[in-house]
Design a binder for this molecule. Structure first.
Ligand SMILES: [Zn+2]
Length: 253
């Protein structure tokens, strides 16, 4: 099998693998949104696809749907280039992906996102799909809270000051991009944004005024020390956690 990406396969190749037990599809969603002065808008989308391919490889008998490129990014719209889908449009795209793939014989769907803004809606979509198609399985990946805990755990392990991996265009994300897609990183432009705990007050401020109410350059964390080697470790750790969660959820259904 070539790259595990459905869009890069021919229909006879897809038909063959379905007939030979490949019944699971990962549907990755990302975002096209500002990522500070140093990361290209594609960051989340690029990471989502890489994460989905890695997950599919670990699971076996799993393919990857075309990544849904823009996501729910209203809180980044103040900075140019950001796209944000209406929730009903985003939901509709996933529902249509699923309806098509079920017709072809796929049975299980894993809805993952590399963009925090998509997590809540993915939970809602997953539960409504489980109701609509009781003979199929729909699951999400790591819960957002777990992911955030993983980030602060990795930050500690790497001896980084608290808040360095703030979650947006931060040390973590910039390092992962340096590891996977260095051409989308302008390290000489990397500057620190809001560095600290994501307290209730900070989250409320961001909720009301968008990201620029917290950081005028659109960065949560400090990407200045980002490195490809650390990015490799971050990615590996996160993928391992994702794989374990997905495996457990699939077995429990
Ligand atoms: Zn991002």
């Amino acid at each position: 099998m070539p790259a595990l990406l459905l869009e890069e396969m021919t229909w006879p190749e897809i038909e063959y693998v379905i007939n030979n037990g490949c019944k699971t599809v990962v549907i990755p969603s990302g975002s096209i949104e500002q990522h500070g002065p140093h990361l290209a808008q594609v960051a989340d989308t690029a990471i989502a696809e890489a994460s989905a391919v890695d997950l599919a490889r670990r699971l076996g008998n799993t393919l990857v749907a075309p990544v849904i490129r823009p996501g729910l990014s209203d809180h980044h719209l103040a900075l140019p280039g950001t796209l944000s889908l209406r929730p009903e449009v985003f939901t509709g795209i996933i529902e249509d992906y699923v309806a098509c793939y079920i017709k072809h014989g796929f049975e299980n769907f894993i809805l993952i996102s590399s963009h925090g803004g998509n997590f809540n809606i993915l939970e809602e979509i997953t539960s409504s799909l489980n109701n609509k198609y009781p003979n199929n399985k729909f699951i999400t990946g790591l819960p957002l809270q777990e992911l955030l805990e993983l980030l602060s755990g990795m930050e500690e392990e790497e001896n980084m000051p608290e808040g360095t991996c703030g979650g947006h265009a931060c040390e973590y994300e910039t390092s992962v991009m340096l590891h996977l897609f260095p051409k989308h990183v302008r390290m000489e432009k990397a500057r620190k944004g809001y560095v600290g705990r994501p307290t209730r007050e900070i989250l409320d401020r961001m909720h009301e005024g968008g990201i620029i109410a917290v950081s005028n350059i659109g960065v949560l964390g400090n990407p200045e020390q980002a490195s490809a080697e650390r990015g490799k470790r971050y990615f590996e750790k996160e993928q391992e956690a994702l794989y374990k969660t997905v495996k457990k959820k699939l077995n429990n259904m």
